[in-house]
Unconditional design. Sequence first.
Length: 107
Amino acid sequence: MGNIELLAPRPVPGGTILARAGRPAPPPALVAALACEPRLVAKHPALGDFLRRQWADAAFMTAAGMAEATGLPTTTLVRLLACLGYPGFRSFRDAVRAQLREGATRG
């Protein structure tokens, strides 16, 4: 899978990110992965913003839909997710869905 260590929870620079009312908190693994890869965030800030603010929406999107929402070409989005350790968009979406289920069982 490669780069699996990027998915380990790590502190987010600048403190915690507060979730909007009615929205699940950002998944620690995704935020940590973005924080560990500043080159990705610097080069494609729209992807970082989307994952921090609307990560739960990704559970119901296609790769093309998420690419459109972030303003990235679909191939670039898939390549960036691969750099974060996801072999394909489906595995990323499954991880987001797992985070949603985990949050639903806690709440």
